[in-house]
Design a protein around this ligand. Structure first.
Ligand code: SF4
Length: 436
């Protein structure tokens, strides 16, 4: 895992919403550190999403922002394609508790109206506002109010879109030999061109995005951009598709970049409820160790021919309940049997090992109950809640004791026949599983 790239930080939000820092770590003598007087250590990677509903339907928009905030979104973006959307912003900002970004395309006046309404950040693709003076007006208005701007050179917005012949010609040149090479060259050239407009006006509170629907291009483009520009990077695979495939595209691209120290804020985008973008974005960061986990981490076996309970249903129910009830980052394991379970659940604070319509529940290595399949869910959750209380009271520490299973006797306390199961899997390996 590479250390994060240092960048000039930007700050999004106000005293009411709290301020989210994006990026950081730039040396004060760096040319881009103009105006910074104190060092800002690199901030944790933040998670963004965007509302799916209309911004001008204020109540629905506020409800959606609240839902996304509760799911863990650090920043929420809203589209402002029409004046009625920017007119709604003031009321939305008053009723929400998370920094709001106005998503502006084509109409610079929407940006000015959003700034006037008090929005916390502007997303602007200078490529689709053709009049430079209009872009300059937006920059000056943001500078006056210390509002940062995300400059996008996303694949879809840097190619001429109004003139089909020009687009075809440009695409021909781009894809002629090396798709990624040409596209990256255009992205970087456009970025340099756009950033010059900002720098000329002494404006540096900038984040950069260079999204594409092609995950490999996203990796290549952001990698090149991170070498050239010390601004925070907003990562994303745009138009990633439905959640099922979009998740893989996004996680491959964003996970690769983040593991290489590239990226300061992320948005996973799905053709689905944006709450999944937040959940999956957070899980990606937890998995990479880029954010401190909030809530339980569920370990579950994939099941196999040894399974003797309805584990898929149990895992889903446990997952849903843990999200509702558990806030401390305890590890919870739901395993289908005791053959592989103990090893795979190593480090779990609370674990259940299922057998023939039964489950044995362990808390930090100590067996606390053997219950019927029907009672596994409730008892496991009771144990998780009780363990959480002890953690919060300082009576126990997370991960302090490992799961230490002494298997049932050969008849099988679980009724699944330990000796038979172990022999079928491990041949002549001795039956005893030693704990850590
Ligand atoms: S824990 Fe048991 S049931 Fe689950 S996959 Fe492993 S061997 Fe199969």
């Amino acid at each position: 895992m590479h250390p994060r790239n240092p960048t000039r930080p930007i700050f999004v939000g106000d005293s009411r919403t709290g301020i989210i820092q994006i990026g950081g770590g730039i040396a004060l003598d760096h040319p881009l550190a103009s105006g910074l007087t104190t060092p800002h250590p690199i901030a944790p990677v933040s998670v963004q999403t965007m509302t799916a509903g209309y911004t001008h339907t204020i109540d629905q928009c506020v409800a959606e922002v609240h839902k996304l905030t509760s799911a863990g979104a650090d920043i929420v973006r809203v589209a402002v394609p029409e004046k009625k959307d920017t007119e709604a912003l003031k009321e939305i900002l008053a009723q929400t508790t998370v920094p709001i970004v106005a998503d502006v395309h084509f109409h610079f006046k929407r940006a000015l109206e959003a700034i006037e309404a008090g929005v916390h950040k502007i997303r602007l693709n200078p490529g689709n506002i053709t009049d430079r003076a209009q872009v300059e007006q937006v920059i000056d208005a943001c500078k006056e109010r210390s509002i940062p701007i995300r400059v996008g050179v996303n694949e879809g917005s840097i190619i001429e879109r109004k003139d089909k012949q020009a687009r075809a010609k440009e695409l021909g040149a781009i894809f002629g030999n090396n798709k990624h090479g040409y596209m990256m060259a255009i992205m970087i050239a456009k970025l340099e061109e756009y950033l010059d407009i900002f720098y000329e006006r002494d404006f540096y509170d900038i984040a950069i995005s260079a999204k594409s629907m092609d995950a490999a291009l996203v990796i290549d483009a952001y990698t090149e951009i991170s070498k050239r520009f010390a601004h925070p990077l907003h990562l994303g695979v745009t138009h990633a598709g439905p959640k099922e495939t979009g998740c893989i595209r996004s996680v491959v691209a964003l996970g690769t970049l983040l593991a290489n120290g590239i990226g300061d804020t992320i948005r996973i985008s799905y053709a689905n409820d944006p709450i999944y973008e937040v959940e999956d974005g957070l899980e990606l960061l937890y998995t990479l160790g880029k954010r401190e986990r909030i809530g339980a981490e569920l370990i579950a076996c994939p099941t196999c021919g040894r399974i003797q309970v309805d584990l898929f249903t149990l895992v889903q129910e446990v997952n849903d309940k843990l999200v509702e009830d558990i806030t401390v980052p305890m590890k919870v394991a739901v395993m289908g049997c005791v053959v592989n379970g103990p090893g795979e659940a190593e480090g779990a604070d609370v674990a259940v090992f299922a057998g023939d319509r039964k489950g044995i529940i362990y808390v930090q290595g100590e067996k606390v109950a053997t219950v019927s399949e029907d009672d596994i869910l409730d008892r496991l959750l009771d144990e998780c809640k009780s363990f959480q209380s002890k953690v919060l009271n300082g009576e126990v520490k997370l991960g302090e004791k490992k799961v230490d299973i002494v298997p049932p006797d050969p008849l099988g306390e679980l009724g699944s026949g330990w000796e038979k199961m172990a022999a079928s899997r491990m041949g002549h390996t001795p039956l005893t599983i030693e704990g850590e």
